[in-house]
Design a protein around this ligand. Structure first.
Ligand SMILES: [Zn+2]
Length: 282
């Protein structure tokens, strides 16, 4: 059974971690960095997870009223380190890379590209027309399981099939580029009505050459309970507490997080298998 000081440490660590993740995304939104930006979102996402993990450890130490920091206890158990907080934050990053975490998904969702919640398994090959009835039925299921690909909501009344890349973006591609590369391969991703309306308004403004604000081109999203990146703060603190007490709740926390992600992936694959969609050539 966890002591009260351990529960305070876990709550403070998890809460401060999520606060840093939310703040990082807000800064990226203002700076115009979105999931469509090349490379930078992955780099910033990894820095965010590492930095937020370090903040989580400091917050856990303060909330738990410890004289000796959790990170230094962990460092002693794991062979010692000059900078124990950095060692633990680095370990968290290492585990995230091992789990195949998509760091770029910590950036705001671009409305002109795949959003932060875009799963390949929850998408369908698309033409340039609207989604057919069986495709719309499949997209409703994908939306309820994986969420709107832009904002992540799994509780929308209805999901529309969003073309990625958007048709309006593809049509503005230079003719020479299209002649060399051919037409882009479109896919349908589930998108909620609110994000779809924001996307339409942004594209209309662009078509009329009106300036659109940076925030209107991307969707801010809250940390998802289905994402391993949402639990790194708690997992890092639990790892340090486990090292201090010689028990293994950290391993359990990580297996629960990765188990939840696996279960969702399996549900998506079975939903895909049961819908009447022609086999994808991928
Ligand atoms: Zn949405």
């Amino acid at each position: 059974m966890l002591e009260a000081s351990d529960r305070r440490a876990l709550a403070a660590g998890g809460g401060s971690y999520l606060a840093v993740v939310c703040a990082s995304q807000a800064v990226q939104l203002v700076a115009g960095i979105t999931t469509a930006t090349p490379l930078l979102p992955t780099l910033l996402g990894a820095c965010t997870v590492g930095g937020a993990s370090a903040v989580a450890l400091r917050a856990a130490d303060a909330a738990g009223g410890r004289r000796r920091s959790l990170a230094s206890t962990y460092a002693c158990h794991s062979g010692g380190s000059a900078d124990a907080t950095a060692a633990l934050a680095g370990a968290a990053l290492h585990v995230c890379f091992g789990l195949g975490v998509r760091f770029w998904a910590l950036s705001p969702s671009s409305l002109a590209a795949e959003g932060a919640f875009a799963w390949a398994a929850a998408s369908l090959p698309a033409g340039e027309g609207y989604a057919s009835t069986p495709q719309r039925e499949a997209l409703q299921r994908f939306g309820r399981l994986a969420g709107c690909h832009s904002c992540g909501t799994r509780f929308a009344a209805q999901y529309v099939g969003d073309h990625v890349p958007p048709l309006s973006v593809a049509s503005r591609r230079p003719r020479l580029l299209s002649a060399v590369l051919g037409r882009p391969a479109f896919r349908f991703y589930p998108q909620c009505r609110a994000c779809s309306a924001q996307q339409a308004a942004t594209m209309n403004r662009r078509a009329r050459d009106l300036p659109s604000t940076l925030a209107s081109r991307a969707v801010y999203h809250l940390p998802s309970p289905l994402r391993a990146t949402s639990y790194v703060g708690v997992a890092v603190v639990a790892l340090a507490l486990a090292a201090e007490a010689d028990v293994g709740p950290a391993r359990r926390a990580l297996s629960i997080a990765s188990g939840a992600a696996d279960a969702t992936r399996q549900k998506l694959l079975s939903a895909r298998a049961t819908c009447r969609i022609p086999a994808d050539s991928e």
